[in-house]
Design a protein around this ligand. Sequence first.
Ligand SMILES: Cc1cc2nc3c(=O)[nH]c(=O)nc-3n(C[C@H](O)[C@H](O)[C@H](O)COP(=O)(O)OP(=O)(O)OC[C@H]3O[C@@H](n4cnc5c(N)ncnc54)[C@H](O)[C@@H]3O)c2cc1C
Length: 389
Amino acid sequence: MRTQVVIIGSGPSGLLLGELLKGAGIETIILDRVGKDYILGRVRAGVLEEGTVGLLREAGAAARMDREGLPHDGFSLAFDGRDHRIDLHGLTGKRVMVYGQTEVTADLIQRREASGALTIYEAADVTPHAFETSSPYVTFEKDGSTHRIDCDFIAGCDGYHGASRRAVPREALKTFERVYPFGWLGILADVPPVSDELIYANHPRGFALCSMRSQTRSRYYIQCALDEKVEDWSDDRFYDELRRRLPAEHAESMVTGPSFEKSIAPLRSFVAEPMRFGSLFLVGDAAHIVPPTGAKGLNLAASDVHYLFEGLRDLYLEQSATALNAYSVRALKRVWGAVRFSWSMTMLMHRFPDAGDFGQKIQEAELDYLVHSQSASTALAENYVGLPY
Ligand SMILES: Cc1cc2nc3c(=O)[nH]c(=O)nc-3n(C[C@H](O)[C@H](O)[C@H](O)COP(=O)(O)OP(=O)(O)OC[C@H]3O[C@@H](n4cnc5c(N)ncnc54)[C@H](O)[C@@H]3O)c2cc1C
């Protein structure tokens, strides 16, 4: 087999890249180690920056999002028993779109299938080869035999645990990592959200987030210890703890109901540099992870795709390698901006076991400054709606 670009990974970054390249007349084959149903069942991010929304529109995969997504003009920081609204639109002229990653993925898969472009699911042992040359290829196992795809470029869109970053010689990579001493216990339930906008709560018992996927589906999280077990958290216990961490008006009005997804996610910041090795490009979670506090993971994957798409399009259509050669530098500049913001939101909103009284007072002073200074609120809002590409 031969194609122009092999995309490893059928998550949001791989699928979005595939659609944008298809629009420019560039051929791709996508490989994923799991099946389509598994991919469609994964529950993850839900807040899209305007840049991500724009890319989905450019890819022709935005019709349902534009119909069903919920544009949000602000969110609340809750502390000291009350809400402090951050007016995203008033401060920046921009808004975010609440639309689940599961739906984004479903829309992109549907577009790809309608066009007849090839995706190979359940491809085992996917391995990039010869990417230090201009004739790279990818091998994989499927139905008991080994297959090979020759190509011009390989896009490693295969997430944190994927094969692409692992294929790069260790000495060629520099990695940066911070692991946080707690996790998020999250549930998904078909109950109306407690508020029209997201609430990020800082409380002596720990952080809580009230988010949503639609007007009838809520996504709630509480900060938990890393050794907590999901099976120890009944829905009632979860809702009781969530209520304790929210201002009284929300605790009293919260509608509860059975959860259909419940999981604990650890929080980490991770960056691998550079993001290009010859003909192999790392994209999205394959190159970086952020804690979900700033709602940036999916949006960073999308901005990487934007830079890589521009580079490949210019090369194939205009024979210019300038943007492709700048991919790693451009993507990493924005990655570090989002890593900084996600780290600062995590430090601001969580209770840290070793913060002590001094750390606690600093956190309270920073929250107070953030919501009472227009400049500080604007800086927060600018980062939340997404730094420019
Ligand atoms: C539990 C969880 C909750 C999250 N919540 C949020 C949130 O609330 N907000 C937010 O902004 N972000 C969140 N994120 C992060 C966000 O989901 C990711 O940043 C986003 O999915 C990145 O997209 P991606 O396409 O780069 O990688 P992925 O979505 O990880 O997709 C990678 C794809 O590659 C495939 N793959 C992996 N290994 C191989 C291999 N060896 N061979 C072939 N294919 C392979 C996988 O099956 C997958 O389909 C969350 C992530 C997780 C794990």
